[in-house]
Ligand binder design. Sequence first.
Ligand SMILES: C[S@@+](CC[C@H](N)C(=O)[O-])C[C@H]1O[C@@H](n2cnc3c(N)ncnc32)[C@H](O)[C@@H]1O
Length: 231
Amino acid sequence: MAGFEDLYNQGGAVTWQAGKENVVHQVVELLLDLDESSRVLDFGCGTGWTSEILTAGGARYLGIDPSEEGITQAGRRYGDIANARFHRLRIDESLTEALHGAKFTHVFALDALYFVPDLETTLRALRDCLEPGGRLVMIAHLYRESRVADDMVDTVTREHGLPQFLSGVQWRILLERNGWSGVQRYRFYDEHPFNPAAFIGHPPEAISLARQLYEREGALVITAGIKKPGV
Ligand SMILES: C[S@@+](CC[C@H](N)C(=O)[O-])C[C@H]1O[C@@H](n2cnc3c(N)ncnc32)[C@H](O)[C@@H]1O
């Protein structure tokens, strides 16, 4: 995960957040239905900025991520949110071990699942940590149908390992094969006009890709519930 350590060390999470925050607000408002009884697992939480949004209605929150720098920054910035906790996933620790049997009403994953090498094991572990009636809500800004993913696949591979930029249909098939049901797919777009100033210091090609991503391609959002036993 050296790529993410470097990104977070160099302050890259700030630009990242600026481009994603509006979509996260929309998704939380329209698809998550959180209240004080909710318990949210934020899988691949990075620097933890989504904790503020996910706990705003009183939900309890656990952010989990293998990046030491990400979890350190999350603790520093958001550690005083009463309902929020952060955990660094050690290299030798499985997700199931890390969760110690904790149960959640929601799993939220923002641009994290496509970095996971053993995706099917992870999808089953995430399913097993949900209570009956629980839901997965994942957001992917890079996915098979997106031209931006085509343009970025080699760079992302060099920096972060082999990403799995799946299509909406591929996500649905993979989820259903691993115990999820009721899979729904959506496309969400940033409601604000694209602001190149948020990308100062980035090369012009990166700014033009970001514009394409936010203005035309949007984020693929997928929700799923747990398949009932025997169904
Ligand atoms: C693009 S960042 C997104 C971070 C955060 N969700 C956000 O949007 O700011 C992807 C994150 O996935 C995390 N990640 C990579 N592999 C992972 C794994 N096997 N399990 C959990 N998280 C992982 C990385 O450390 C990184 O923080």
